[in-house]
Design a protein around this ligand. Structure first.
Ligand code: HEM
Length: 402
């Protein structure tokens, strides 16, 4: 087996749309990732993606962002504002936990902090299992912890959520309710299985656990990186601070710029299903591994300019590239949460009052509305449990709302 590492932006783009390359990053995380959408290939992946795509439509994201999300955000941030401080990682996980649970189809019936804590602890364990390849802990211990967490998740959260949905689906089948009265989430879509694809109870359990961790981990980290970059950029400059507070379209650009610099997964891995040619002189055989360095590609000076390594929210791109680069992937496995988290890119005609900003921008906007600052007495720290360049804690304080 030979390992090939590529970091050229265009070469990675071509590899990501190549149907002869299959997902390989989660081979070590099989305990939780085996058989889930992100690890499927070919026809099986296509069918599952088509079925689940019913949930991830742009009109629903807009409705979610403008109608449902503000309430969840207020409820979640309120206790932090009262205590005038927060750890951004903790806050990020709490808010995105609710967001991804809504999309995955996991009910939080008690709506207590205790219940959120319980789900959060389970989902963090699922995350650790999925990214086992980058873990610095004993892998067999992590695997055992993940299996235990899956058991608890099944009994406490999944079963009640399935039971509720099965009753509703049965009412729909008996014409007692209309289709739009069914929950709009992945669990409902899988239980109804209108396309009659090959799934079973174990796949459903892993798929829902995958959704919970995929959405929450990446969103929480993305928000914290964005805050860090923006706070550095403001650097006590009152004018810049006001621009962040008063110009949400500019704020969204800042978030996209930070997403480019800090892709949730710094690499993507693929394995060929047959001999594949990647670049002029790179020929891969079936046993080889292709490591795509998204972190470096997103800093390609040919695409993003001479200052590609730094945070520049005024960056203008000549080509049709997305400001966030390859952060959400492209092609076969392109992220389902892209528009939900990143929103839609604005253009000259965009009306700021109707624009879809994406959840990460809305989170940062809310923080700045409450005059968030780094806690001067408590420094942020990197996450030492993983090789991924994430924050482990990020303490902030809030001022008066102005
Ligand atoms: C800033 C936040 C996020 C980032 C940076 C991100 C990044 C990514 C990337 C890079 C991939 C493709 C991986 C590959 O090609 O190997 C992916 C796939 C995926 N993401 Fe996200 N993600 C984010 C948020 C979300 C959210 C909120 C959800 C769901 C609510 C979500 C659901 C998915 C799903 C289902 C896939 C698999 C698609 C497939 O395999 O066909 N993501 N994400």
């Amino acid at each position: 087996m030979t390992q090939f590492k590529i970091s050229d932006y265009e070469t990675i783009k071509n590899a990501m749309v190549n149907r002869d390359l299959k997902q390989a990053l989660y081979d070590e995380g099989k305990v939780i990732m085996d058989g889930v959408l992100l690890t499927l290939h070919g026809e099986e992946h296509h069918k599952r993606r088509k079925l689940e795509h019913k949930v991830f439509q742009r009109d629903y994201f807009k409705y979610y962002e403008q109608e449902l999300f503000p309430k969840t955000l207020d409820e979640t941030i309120d206790p932090f504002l009262k205590s005038k401080k927060a750890d951004l990682i903790d806050f990020g996980y709490r808010i995105t936990m609710n967001l991804t649970a809504d999309f995955a189809g996991i009910d939080r019936t008690q709506k207590t902090p205790n219940e959120t804590n319980k789900l959060l602890t389970l989902v963090k364990k699922f995350s650790e299992g999925a990214t086992l390849v980058h873990s610095k802990r004993d892998k067999s211990i992590v695997e055992k912890e993940v299996l235990d967490a899956l058991d608890v998740f099944e009994i406490d959260f999944l079963k009640p959520s399935i039971e509720k949905r099965m009753k509703l689906i049965s009412a729909y089948n008996n014409s007692e309710i209309k289709k739009d009265q069914l929950p709009r989430d992945v669990l409902t879509v899988l239980l109804m299985n209108e396309d009659d694809i090959n799934i079973n109870d174990d796949i459903i359990k892993k798929e829902i656990a995958f959704y919970l961790q995929a959405g929450s981990h990446s969103t929480a980290n993305s928000m914290t990186h964005a805050f860090h970059e923006i706070a550095n950029w403001i650097n006590n400059d009152k004018q810049k601070f006001n621009k962040i507070k008063n110009d949400p379209i500019f704020l969204q650009k800042c978030v996209h710029e930070s997403m480019r610099l800090h892709p949730a997964s710094p690499v993507a891995w693929r394995k060929p299903t047959c001999p594949v040619k990647i670049e002029k002189n790179t020929h891969l055989k079936e046993d080889d591994l292709l490591v795509m360095d998204l972190y470096t590609a997103n800093r390609d000076v040919g695409i993003f300019g001479e200052d590609a390594n730094s945070f520049n929210p005024d960056r203008e791109l000549k080509s049709q590239q997305n400001l966030w680069g390859l952060t959400f992937g492209i092609g076969l496995h392109m992220c389902f949460g892209r528009d939900l988290d990143g929103g839609v890119s604005p253009n000259q005609e965009t009306d700021p009052s109707k624009h879809q900003y994406g959840v990460v921008t809305l989170l940062i906007k809310k923080l700045f509305e409450h005059n968030v600052q780094r806690d001067p007495k408590n420094k942020p720290e990197r996450d030492i449990k993983t090789e991924r360049p994430n924050w482990g804690k990020y303490p902030v304080i809030f001022g008066e709302k102005k």
